[in-house]
Design a protein around this ligand. Sequence first.
Ligand code: NAD
Length: 342
Amino acid sequence: MFDHPEFDNHERVTFVRDQASGLRAINAIHRTRSIGAGGGVRFRTYNSEQEALTDVLRLSRAMTYKLALSGLPHGGAKTVIIGDPRTEKTPELLKAFGRYVDSLEGVYTCAPDVGTTTEDMDTIGEVCRFVLGKSDQGGNTCVPTALGVFNGLRAVASHVFGSDDLTGLRVAIQGAGGVGAHLAGHLADAGAEILIADIDTAAAEDTAARTGATVVGCDEILFADADILSPNALGAVFDKESIARLKVKAICGGANNQLAGPEDGDRLRDRGITWAPDYLVNAGGAIAAAAMAGVFSDDEAHAKIDNIFATTREILARSANHKVSPDVAAAAFAQELLAKAP
Ligand SMILES: NC(=O)c1ccc[n+]([C@@H]2O[C@H](COP(=O)([O-])OP(=O)(O)OC[C@H]3O[C@@H](n4cnc5c(N)ncnc54)[C@H](O)[C@@H]3O)[C@@H](O)[C@H]2O)c1
């Protein structure tokens, strides 16, 4: 464990097993800060336990950076529950996980992530005090997340095109789910030209009808002739092959873990494509969730979501000045902030 390439002095890594319900989970707490650690619960299949461990170590570290860059007082953590959520997720399994989280007495607060829903947080909340994203707390956070991505995208436009006025800029959106659809609304209001794709054709067509976007095929969206690409569906969209085919000048979207590996940040930079770190621009949901939990007021949450614009600009400027990828610049900036407020 201590020699694992993704191990970054994580404070705790716990393998959680409940034989009766079949629960197999790994909880990684990267850092606990003044009020503990927070992070989502990802429920998915993995090819191996090693792959799950790698994922949770990377995700929990990114969570620390996300929270620090957004001015939240939590450290980062993450959980992966190993299994197919469509067939293996049961109330018993979720409650077994909830009992584990509760036993940590607030050191870790969990929230939804890929493969878990508001309803799942309600089930966990039956036995656990330390859970966000329940239906009585406002549920889905895609609205504030989309606003944060929009702020990040304006910052990207001002860095790359010299103005945050999006009028006439062509933005290609992958995914018309909660985040992608709301982002399209903001972009339409700002006068951008929108291309959108979703494997759920009806979702893409609904958004197009509401925003004037043009629906394009899922195979085409990443490689569309556009100014900015906004991935709001899957992770690991940028690897050696896809990066070689991109036509855009910049990327800013809400999907988590867009880079297949850290070297892909350099590949984008080498191609002259500006990438806004996903864990920075998609923090609006985490900020709103913290406000719902009473960590700070709604006004403070709005200010922090607005501030994604300034932080994105700062990181892109540092990336350009120091000749490193925005990923590296963002991690260094987060570490500076953590050193000031451990
Ligand atoms: N909701 C939040 O608050 C939040 C916060 C941070 C990060 N994120 C991330 O943002 C992304 C979007 O989140 P969401 O809440 O909108 O999820 P969602 O499930 O509502 O939407 C995702 C959409 O992507 C579509 N999709 C899947 N594969 C696709 C493909 N190959 N091509 C095109 N479309 C495809 C799905 O059909 C779906 O409509 C996810 O990666 C999520 O992890 C979300």
